[in-house]
Design a protein around this ligand. Sequence first.
Ligand SMILES: CSC[C@H]1O[C@H](OP(=O)(O)O)[C@H](O)[C@@H]1O
Length: 364
Amino acid sequence: MSLQAILYTSSPPALQILDQLKLPHESVYVPIRTCEDAYDAIKRMVVRGAPAIAIVAALALAVELGSGGGPSSKDKESAGHARAYVHGQLDYLVQSRPTAVNLADAAGKLKAVVNAEAGSAETVVGRYVEAAEKMLVDDVKDNENIGRFGAEWILGNAKVGEGEVKGRVAVLTHCNTGSLATAGYGTALGIIRSLHSGSNLTHTYCTETRPYNQGSRLTAFELVHDKIPATLITDSMASSLMSLKSIAAVIVGADRVAANGDTANKIGTYQLAIVAKYHGAKFVVAAPTTSIDMKTASGKDIVIEHRPGKEVTNVGTVATAARGINVYNPSFDVTPKDLIDAIATEKGVAVKNAAGDFDLSRFF
Ligand SMILES: CSC[C@H]1O[C@H](OP(=O)(O)O)[C@H](O)[C@@H]1O
C-alpha cells in the first residue's frame, strides 16, 4: 500500500492530511475542515510539497463549501456571491507559501471554472468541487508519466561508468518529492520508483536536507517503505560521494520553474547542480507542468520564502545552536538553467537547444 499524504472522500466532502511534522515516528492523520485549517497546515509545513499544498488548499475549500460555507441558496443572485467567496478563499490560501507556483496555478484554474458557471450558487459550488477533486486524481497520473519519461531519459543519456552495465544506474535525490509531497507516486521520487520497478536502479542516495530534514524524515521513510535500496547522507557529503561513487544522475523536484528553465527548489539544490556538473552526472528536474510558470521570465524573479530561524537553531524542541546567533534560512534556492540537463514533465522531457535554451512553451 503506497503512502498517502492526502485522504479525501467526496460525499460528503471530507479531508485528512498526514501530519508530516510527526513523521517518521508517528503516522497521524489530522482533519482539514476549513480554509483556515489548510492555511495553517501549509504554513507550518504539516503538509508540504508543491503539488500537495495546491491539492490540499483546493480540497479544503471544497470541504468548506460542501459543509455550507459561503452562499448556498439556489437563486442566481447568490451565484455571484458564491463566485466571490471562492475567489476570496483562494486568494487567502495562495498567501500561505509564496515560492511554489502550483497553488497559485491551481487557484487561477479554479477561479476560471467558477467564472464560467452561469447557474445558481449550487451549480457554482458543484463545478468547483468537481474541478478540485479532479486535481487529486490527475496528479497521480501525471507523476506516473513523469516517472516513465524521466527514467527513459536518464537510461538513454546518463554516462555508463567504467565496469558498469548500461541500464543500471545509481542516483542521488534531494528533499522529498514522493507520495508525501504529492497526491501519490511523486515526481523525482517517481522517477526513482520507475527506475526501480524496471530493475534499472542499483542504488539511491538521499540527502538529509537540512533544516527541515525532508530527506532523512520523509524520503528515507518512503524508500524504506518501498524497499528501494538506498543510503542516507548529510547534505555536506554529496560532493565527496560523487567523487567516489559513479552517480548517473541527480534527480530533484521543483517549486517553480521559470520560463527560461531556471528552477527554484529546496535549499541545497543549486550546490548539488554544481557538483553534478563537475562530476559528469546528469542533473534532472522532475516536475508537473503545473510547476512551470511561463509568466516568470527567469529565476531572479522568483520570490524565495524565508522561514523562522528556529528551524535552523533547533532540532525539534532541542536547541543546537548558540543562543543569540543570527540565522539565514531561505527555504529554496534557484538553479540556473545552464546547470540543468533535463526537465521531466508529464508531457515529456525538455532539453536545451544548441543555443542552450529550454523551450517550455511546447508544453502549453
Ligand atoms: C514535488 S515537491 C516539490 C518541492 O517541494 C519541496 O519543498 P517543501 O518541502 O518546502 O514544500 C521541495 O522543494 C520539493 O522539491
